[in-house]
Write a protein that binds this ligand. Sequence first.
Ligand SMILES: *Cc1c(COP(=O)(O)O)cnc(C)c1O
Length: 238
Amino acid sequence: MTSKELQQRLFAVGQRIESAATQAGRPPHAVRLLAVSKTFGVEAVAQAVAAGQRAFGENYVQEGVEKIAQACALGLPPLEWHFIGPLQSNKTRPVAEHFDWVHSVDRLKIAQRLSEQRPEGLAPLRLLIQVNVDGEATKSGCAVDEVRALAQAVATLPRVQLRGLMCIPDPSRPAEQRRAPFKALAALLAELNAAGLALDTLSMGMSDDLDDAVAEGATIVRVGSAIFGARPPKAPAA
Ligand SMILES: *Cc1c(COP(=O)(O)O)cnc(C)c1O
């Protein structure tokens, strides 16, 4: 893709966010765009940076850490890196050392390790709890009825800062049910705040459903293919 094309696609996503926000009576700047660069090289990141994008999302630890180093080596301006993929406890250290946000915390052990491994010289790692809004045993994320206890426990950890919730609803659900999981996640955030937490982030919405997510209160949308184009069917072994 040329830089010009990528710039146009980025602009079009910005327009979608703005129109969904405006229709919902929300200020467009209340929604941040996270560009999901997984499977794309640092050249694609550099193109997006040239078009003004600063926050990027990665799903795979090794690929992400390498891309962060390459972006530094290229002399790109300081970027914000979000880890959004499934995280195993034996892979937390590089995430704690190189990323700014983690969207996929689903159990206390992961958050504890991230807190212990976050270097002292860095700002606290911002965390989101990934919630399993579909209730299927096979899906990743914390069960809805366990989120309250997990959030209270994560909020006490020293080197991390719990900021909110994230979800990835089942894309196969019928069109008329697509907003329900976003509404449910927003309600859960409000409930946690009523219980004394101070959470400001709802990470929800991707290329196909960001409009619904913004309508229901998303503050971060995670968008890959609408910006960078279609990904290869299976991720390369990083
Ligand atoms: C890949 C991915 C995205 C982006 O998906 P698109 O449909 O390409 O916009 C968002 N969130 C997560 C967790 C992802 O893995």
